[in-house]
Design a protein around this ligand. Structure first.
Ligand code: ADP
Ligand code: MG
Ligand code: MG
Length: 905
């Protein structure tokens, strides 16, 4: 296959579908040229295969010859030759990858000019000023972009020339000074490169093409791809195109146009235009642009022609397009088009509008496929408006949205400030359950350590609070922190962008999150598509969270973390009393107090989710998380001394200390050594369920055992749960009729590789599985979820050792394989086994596709991600990843209608 294709090359399929080979820009230039037959300056595209081969082994064999031939064809079409001293053809060299990518090489315009051809251009156009202006632009662009010379050296000279000429506009610089600039610019080049500015057009062309190839692996491009999840091995195409000049005179100009408003989605053209200008002048903000409507007054026929082209583009691409156009002496040229980027609000409006439009006739399915999770996020959460603010630090965008507040560095200070009415951002090196009150008081959260499933990240997402975690450049000490020498003190304002993972100094303006009416329309369509295929539940720990989740469309709770109930300020001392108890009576008393408190919590949750399944996970984290930090106490002991209470806590904390608590006494293992704990939780839960029945409700309870690794372990846990259920029913004197009104299932999390592998035997004791993919990822990779993201993840992503952060997007091959195995083996034992996922991946669209394909019944995620999961689930169904399991899922529900019949097997 050749490397080079003319814009009018006949391909076997529409060029717009060949972005892999031609890049986005090249594919659409070819589409406009050969399919739509729009006025496009001729040119050719060097395909991405050439760039890939360049990356592997340098300049590809045969490319020089192909480019030379394409150049001849172009010269023939134009009736001019590049570098011709009397009438030169000029070209632009434009990069263009499959996905549009800022950070790669910019475009070089006016290539082909040299000391001779510039004179020819001047004569041909009878405009010396224009010719030398074009030449000085070319040398500066080529110098900056291809030869890596700092652009401000050229700018400084241009400014000096303008001052000398007593003008503020580029166009006001007289030709003598332009000639002088051309000379001076060439000297800058020679000083930096040790060689004269290349005069040979072949050499200029080769240099520009090579610079585009090399820019693919430039640091800015690599960083952009990591952020946008674009694979590193695609490579870029290069477009070489005949120049047209919007800077000829006042019958010329250049502009950008959208076929409808990309910010609001409103119908009707939208864009900017500049008379007598070239290329980037419109976007560079050098001169004030005019709206497209002004074109109508100055160039009425061209305005009409442009609108007709817009209509054709929309009908052809069946979507909103953005365009670049240039007018040269009264003639319109199209220089670029693509399906345009848009805000979330505009995306929703356009998708819904286009379903009803005759020219486009979008199907509902197509409309759904045009909306991304990011679009929904934009309308759900407040966002920073504009993008000018300088970034102070970067971390992981752990919970989307924009937050502005004053810095506080401890949870207590944050809470106190919020009580005084201040807006607060809590900054910690990492958070722990003890910081929860400060997190609650804060507008946003920033941590120096931790990853996407760290405490800070999980809690913030649950509440929909913006958070940036793992901003490793932060050095926190006392009442301030520093980033590369900048000191930020307690009380200073900062702005935290949890969508993009950035932190800015000061108060960056925010636009409120606001869901337009089309939001519900789209999600309604999504629900129709995924019905009977893939359910969406929420992770919620309290009544208000559950109610919020239901408002966002959750069809139940997939994970209620009961430990969060223990962390409330009034509960923590009781938990500590239980851990410290020196006699069975003391322990009993503490458990009793907890039971009363938990019962009330459960009533709230079951009420908020009445009629929908609620998965309650029994206590999971290691007990030492409920005890104070040993280091802090050690310091206090050495300095001001400890109270008697504190020394007891200190002793307990030391006793429970583990070297690797994530692999230690947690989950069901905790139950094994403190069985009273789980019995208490189940009793509180059953009482709450009976309360709900008495109040006329319909509680559906799923009791979930965490961290199980074997059948024996689950059988033991199951026996406690069943025992506690029987006891609770007896103690409350519940009748058979009452029991019949509630549903109880007992199941387990699958979150270790062993559990996934032994799912067959574990299913003998389980009514349902829920994959805990945070731990499963941690244990499958052996990556500590609290450490690796800050330390090594970026290096792994940049070097392509990992395609994705596996804590963000579930690893489809390794962890995914375990999920698929677990599903298959579990259902082989028990075909009606209900299976879901409750890790943080449950709200990530790509992961949802993996889970859908694995045959899961539902995904569960934090409440604010529920709409995104509903959309992603529908998209997975549309992609054909699922099989309908409506009837099967229903019969599984029926078979377990009665708690007792189910639990006494
Ligand atoms: P980007 O991807 O940054 O938009 P482009 O390759 O589209 O880069 O080019 C940058 C600017 O130069 C645009 O305004 C474009 O319209 C203009 N331009 C590119 N090629 C030509 C050309 N052959 N004639 C006139 N202007 C051009
Ligand atoms: Mg462009
Ligand atoms: Mg877990």
């Amino acid at each position: 296959m050749p490397f080079v294709f003319d814009f009018d090359h006949t391909h076997r399929k529409p060029p717009m579908e060949m972005k892999d080979l031609l890049g986005g820009k090249g594919a659409n230039l070819a589409e406009m040229t050969s399919v739509l037959e729009l006025p496009v300056p001729p040119g050719f595209t060097i395909g991405t295969t050439a760039c890939r081969s360049y990356m592997e082994q340098g300049w590809p064999d045969g490319l020089t010859a192909e480019v030379a031939k394409a150049r001849l064809r172009l010269e023939k079409k134009m009736g001019k030759r590049i570098g011709d001293p009397s009438d030169p053809l000029l070209v632009s060299v434009r990069s263009g990858a499959k996905f549009s990518m800022p950070g790669m090489m910019d475009t070089v315009l006016n290539l082909g000019l040299n000391d001779h051809s510039v004179e020819g251009l001047a004569k041909q156009t009878d405009d010396e000023r224009f010719a030398f202006d074009s030449y000085r632009r070319f040398i500066a662009m080529y110098g900056r972009i291809v030869l890596d010379i700092p652009g401000d050296e050229f700018d400084a000279l241009l400014d000096a020339a303008k001052e000398l000429a007593g003008t503020t506009s580029d166009a006001g610089v007289p030709v003598e000074l332009l000639r002088y600039l051309v000379d001076a610019y060439q000297q800058i080049v020679e000083r930096h490169t040790g060689k004269p500015f290349p005069q040979d057009p072949d050499q200029q062309l080769r240099g520009a093409i090579e610079a585009v190839f090399a820019s693919w692996d430039g640091p800015r491009a690599v960083a952009y791809r990591v952020r946008e999840r674009i694979p590193h091995d695609l490579g870029t195409a290069v477009n070489v195109q005949a120049m047209v000049f919007g800077n000829r005179d006042d019958t010329s100009g250049t502009g950008v146009g959208f076929t409808r408003d990309p910010a609001t989605g409103a119908t009707g053209e939208y864009g900017d235009f500049l008379v007598n200008a070239q290329g980037e002048d419109v976007v560079a903000g050098i001169r004030n642009t005019e709206p497209l409507a002004a074109l109508k007054d100055q160039f009425p026929t061209i305005h009409a022609e442009l609108l007709a082209i817009f209509a054709r583009l929309e009908g052809h691409y069946r979507d909103m397009c953005d365009t670049e156009f240039t007018i040269e002496q009264g003639k319109l040229w199209m220089l670029q088009t693509r399906v345009g980027k848009r805000t979330g609000r505009a995306a929703l409006k356009m998708a819904v509008d286009m379903v009803g439009e005759k020219a486009i006739k979008l199907s509902k399915e197509e409309a759904l496929d045009r909306i991304t999770g990011e679009h929904l996020e934009q309308v759900l959460h407040p966002q920073f408006s504009g993008s000018g603010a300088t970034v102070l630090a970067r971390g992981l965008g752990a919970s989307p949205g924009a937050a502005v507040g004053r810095v506080y560095l401890t949870a207590d200070d944050a809470q106190a400030a919020a009580e005084r009415g201040e807006k607060v951002v809590l900054v910690r090196s990492e958070t722990s359950p003890e910081d929860v009150h400060g997190m609650l008081a804060a507008e946003g959260i920033l941590t120096a350590r931790g990853g996407l499933v760290s405490h800070a990240a999980v809690v913030a997402r649950g509440w929909g609070k913006p958070a940036v975690v793992g901003a490793e450049a932060l050095r926190i000490s006392g009442s301030s922190f520093t980033v590369d020498g900048t000191v930020v003190k307690e009380g200073d304002w900062i702005s935290v962008d949890g969508t993009h993972g950035t932190v800015m100094l000061g108060q960056v303006p925010v636009t409120a999150g606001e869901t337009p009416p089309e939001f519900e329309t789209i999600l309604g369509w999504a629900d129709q598509v995924r019905a009977g295929h893939l359910g969406v539940r929420a992770n919620a720990d309290t009544g208000p969270d559950a109610a919020n989740a239901r408002r966002h469309g959750a069809e139940g709770i997939g994970l209620c973390r009961t430990e969060h109930m223990f962390l409330a300020e009034d509960r923590l001392p009781v938990v500590r009393r239980m851990i410290l108890a020196s006699t069975p009576e003391e322990e009993e008393q503490a458990l009793e107090a907890l039971r009363v408190a938990q019962r009330a919590d459960f009533v709230d949750i079951l009420e908020a989710m009445d009629g929908l399944p609620v998965t309650i996970r029994l206590l999971d984290p290691p007990l030492h998380e409920f005890l104070p930090d040993t280091q802090e106490l050690a310091i206090k002991e050495a300095t001001s001394g400890l109270t008697e209470e504190e020394s007891r806590l200190y002793e307990a904390a030391k006793t429970w200390h583990e070297f690797n608590p994530m692999l230690g006494t947690r989950g069901v293992r905790l139950g094994v050594i403190k069985p009273g704990l789980y019995a208490m939780q189940v009793r509180a839960l059953m009482e709450a369920a009976l309360d709900r029945v008495a109040a006329g409700g319909h509680p559906i309870v799923e009791i979930m055992i965490p961290l199980t690794v074997s059948r024996e372990e689950l059988a033991l846990a199951r026996s406690w749960v069943e025992g506690a259920i029987t006891e609770a029913l007896a103690a409350t004197g519940a009748t058979g009729a009452e029991e019949g009104k509630m549903e109880v299932l007992i199941g387990t999390m699958i979150e270790t590789p062993r559990a996934a592998l032994r799912a067959g035997e574990i299913a003998e004791e389980a009514d349902f599985f829920s994959f805990g993919t945070n731990d499963l990822t941690q244990m499958t990779f052996g990556f500590s979820r609290d450490d690796v993201e800050g330390r090594m993840m970026s290096a792994y992503l940049e070097q392509g050792l990992l395609k994705r952060n596996p804590f963000e997007v579930v690893d489809p091959d390794g962890v995914g394989e375990l999920v698929r195995l677990g599903v298959e083996r579990g259902r082989a034992t028990r075909p009606t086994l209900k299976i879901g996922v409750c890790g943080e991946h449950g709200g990530d669209p790509e992961s949802i596709a993996t889970f859908a394909a694995a045959g899961l019944d539902y995904v569960s995620c934090s409440p604010f991600r529920v709409p995104i999961a509903r959309l992603a689930a529908a998209q997975a169904v549309l992609a054909g990843l699922t099989t309908a399991k409506g009837p099967k899922a229903k019969s599984a529900g029926k078979a377990t209608a009665k708690a007792k019949s189910k639990t006494k097997r």
